[in-house]
Design a protein around this ligand. Sequence first.
Ligand code: PXG
Length: 292
Amino acid sequence: MALSIYLDGKFVDKKEDATVSIFEHGLLYGDGVFEGIRVYNGLVFRLEDHMGRLFNSAKGIDLKIPVSKEEMTELVLETTRRTGLDDCYIRLLVTRGIGDLGIDPRKCEKAAIYIIATGIALYPEDRYEQGLKVVTVSTRRTRPDMLNPQFKSLNYLNNILGKMEANRMGADEGIMLNAEGYVAECTADNIFAAKNRELFTPPPYHGILEGITRKVIIEIAKENNVPIHERGMVLQDFIAADEVFLTGSGAELIPVVEIDGRPVGDGKVGDGFRELRKLFQERTKYDGIPFK
Ligand code: PXG
């Protein structure tokens, strides 16, 4: 598969050459931040939003990114260009860099930048046609006053534990509640409910990452005069909804037809979802930064 990597100062295109130090604090402590970005049709989808979130996440953990936003944008575009692909996936990481054993970040002289651009394995189309079966997991999303999920840090163990629970139950995804018992999000996606042709999604500071895809859906809803509410939601709100769907750069928009063994709405993928997905797909054709 086409692959291009920016390895903190140089471009490499072979997996074997893309190695990092064992003293990299991103590896030793999950000390860093990242972004997962999609490329559609030769355009890096919503790159400015990803840059904004990356720099915000870095600021949140007191990590100084050693390049400007403009330079980082150029690095992303160049890495993408080198794949020769028009549609791909970009993983962008900024870590505390190479230090010593011991968590003290003062031992790390300079933050490191890694960018991977490669082809993506899309979910099979039948997932979008038939919908996902999800379960509620017992792992609660991190409280914002501990490690705010709005900072996309390399510390993903909370989500991974949630995902493993869902896997054990044979479900496609896991719904994670926040510490107060409100629905937060899934393990790598935001969650929406539709009822009476209005949309609802949990708000910031309810244990969510403010997803870029979520933001795009809110924009599309507003442009199409669909009322959209960001507000606290409990599990029953989703069970009683007409439709439920997830959003994320990986999954895009994907419908949910069953929660904890109970059907959502009539248990079938709804028309509201299909309409929104179409609008989203149209948007991906032009809403991005060209790299050619
Ligand atoms: N919540 C969490 C916890 C996430 O990790 C989202 C919501 C959706 O955000 P975006 O900005 O993507 O709409 C995410 C995103 C991967 C992968 O490789 C994970 C994400 C995105 C892309 C790829 O597992 N998570």
